[in-house]
Design a protein around this ligand. Structure first.
Ligand SMILES: CC(=O)[C@@H](O)[C@H](O)COP(=O)(O)O
Ligand SMILES: NCC(=O)COP(=O)(O)O
Length: 249
């Protein structure tokens, strides 16, 4: 089982590109954001190259591959076109996610059970190229088993149901599901990542789940960065992760 005192922070910079694409302009450049996030203490940079290219563009990904000195995590669907790009860019990690054109953001985890052979084929191709593969899934035992069957090295348990819970009781129930799923995944030898909808307060109980090794956080950090700057926004998140993780060690 993998447990660590330092939870990696992957900063998702998609929404820096969202601002740029609002005007189809050249700024703000997510490449500059990646450099500042790294100065602020990010352990990795995460981007989602969507099929509709609503934010991150192909050029961003290729330049990021050149300048990211930590870990580059590419969130991607299993569409042939996107897989071909991933194989060319060779991010350190690829996280397979479900994608729908009409959605505002990712809705729920990848249904690995329903698409087992397609997911396995993509996992194999990515791993053959030396890319480590994570699957963004719901915190459900059957999905964890399926992630193992298809050869994933990590799972990113989606925290949307937790972060969007409408009542305190519902949030506690979702947190408990995440705790159990993290334990189960780690027992099966999977690295445990989490992400989606995490912010400067709801991240606290999440970082205290012992099996969690990596958190991917975007919207809340970019939102804060607009007001206080990227470096500071990342440093503040990183400080929270360090402080509350150390409390359980
Ligand atoms: C997979 C996941 O949880 C998200 O980070 C996803 O990449 C969000 O996509 P948007 O950044 O387009 O909302
Ligand atoms: N995989 C989750 C991610 O990268 C960031 O999600 P969010 O913080 O933008 O909701």
């Amino acid at each position: 089982m993998h447990t660590t005192s330092n939870v990696r922070l992957g900063v998702n910079i998609d929404h820096v590109a969202t601002v740029r694409q609002a005007r189809r302009a050249k700024e703000p450049d997510p490449v500059a954001a990646a450099i500042l996030a790294t100065l602020g203490g990010a352990d990795g940079i995460t981007v989602h190259l969507r099929e509709d290219r609503r934010h991150i563009q192909d050029r961003d990904l290729f330049v990021l591959r050149e300048i990211v000195t930590t870990r580059l995590n590419l969130e991607m669907s299993v569409a042939d076109e996107i897989v071909a790009i991933a194989l060319k860019v060779r991010p350190d990690e690829a996280t397979l996610v479900p994608e729908r054109r009409q959605e505002l953001t990712t809705e729920g985890g990848l249904d690995v059970i329903a698409h087992e052979s397609a997911v396995r084929a993509v996992v194999d191709r990515l791993k053959e190229t030396g890319i480590s593969v994570s699957l963004f899934i719901d915190p459900e035992p059957a999905q964890i088993e399926a992630a193992c069957r298809v050869g994933a090295e990590a799972v990113e348990l989606q925290t949307a149901s937790y972060s969007e819970a409408r009542t305190a009781n519902a949030q506690i129930a979702e947190l408990e599901k995440l705790r159990q799923a993290a334990h189960r995944a780690a027992e099966q030898g999977l690295h445990v990542h989490m992400g989606h909808g995490l912010n400067y307060s709801n991240v606290i109980p999440i970082v205290q789940i012992p099996e969690v090794e990596e958190l991917n956080i975007g919207h809340s950090i970019v939102s804060r960065a607009v007001l206080v700057g990227m470096e500071r926004a990342v440093r503040e998140m990183k400080d929270i992760l360090l402080r509350y993780r150390q409390a359980i060690m």
